[in-house]
Design a protein around this ligand. Sequence first.
Ligand code: UDP
Ligand code: MG
Length: 324
Amino acid sequence: MTEEHKSLAIVVPCYNEEEALEFSFARLNALRERLVTSKLISSSSKLYFVDDGSADQTWATLSQLADEHDYVCALKLSHNRGHQNALYAGLCATTEDAVVSIDADLQDDPDCIEQMMQHFLEGKDVVYGVREERKKDTAFKRLSAEGYYLMMRKMGVDLVFNHADYRLLSRQALDALLSYPEHNLFLRGLVRELGFASSTVSYKREERVAGESKYPLRKMLSFAWEGISAFSTAPLRAITVLGFFSSLVSISILCWVLLTRVFTDSALPGWASILLPLLFIGSVQLVSLGIIGEYLAKIFDEVKRRPRFHIEKSQNANKELKTR
Ligand code: UDP
Ligand code: MG
């Protein structure tokens, strides 16, 4: 039976998810059983959990699950490297024909995996999970996320609207993805770059099964910037445009000052006309330098070519992974 069916790996990054793991494991495990029984996937299909340097009981739980089930693979990163790196580590560890990545809180409906698998069997290499509705997210999260997708599109970055990191990749697409050497990971953008035959499945986004979001505003903003700076040079172009307009404004003010000096008696215009352009140009320059600095920092990060993660422990999975 194993031979003729395709094997599936489900990869779950976990950061301080001790509360959610019990539910998510039970649900994913039942789903795996169901798909194996219905012969949609082979019995060699596996669940991969990556502990992203958690400070709670996440690793203890994962280690126990891996002891109890030989199809549960557990990896422990040496410290917290962030969602994208943890997911990447999990993807590197898989050997199956198809791989689905999903968050540990199961906000993305795991039952869609069955549909994703069907699309894969029909020949799709990439199947995107798309949130058709996110009523369970806070208004702020929903608006900021949707605004972000629109802004990215305006800046020329091709993203699937309302798709995060819930997707299926075929072995072929995954190998292509793993060949991208960049350190600055924004997987949803990279997958879009790959091409290959793709399709989407939609679902309703639910609330976390347990625990709190591991993406506070600070991490969300930094991830948003990762995405922009990894895929778009529009902010650099914006600096040029801003510079151009501020020079136009400065030139007109200069003309006005000259004309006042030559043709009128009120040759001492107030300090405001000096101070305002001075402040304006000063702030434009600082913002511009900051943006250039951000891109420089990215180059700095890339040229160091440091490993993305170190695997401290692993169970039922290969520990020797490509880490860059
Ligand atoms: N996560 C991770 N490392 C981190 C932060 C988050 O591996 O540094 C995992 C987390 O355990 C979860 C997924 O990334 O499986 C998404 O995080 P979360 O659900 O907290 O984000 P949100 O859905 O609130 O954006
Ligand atoms: Mg979540």
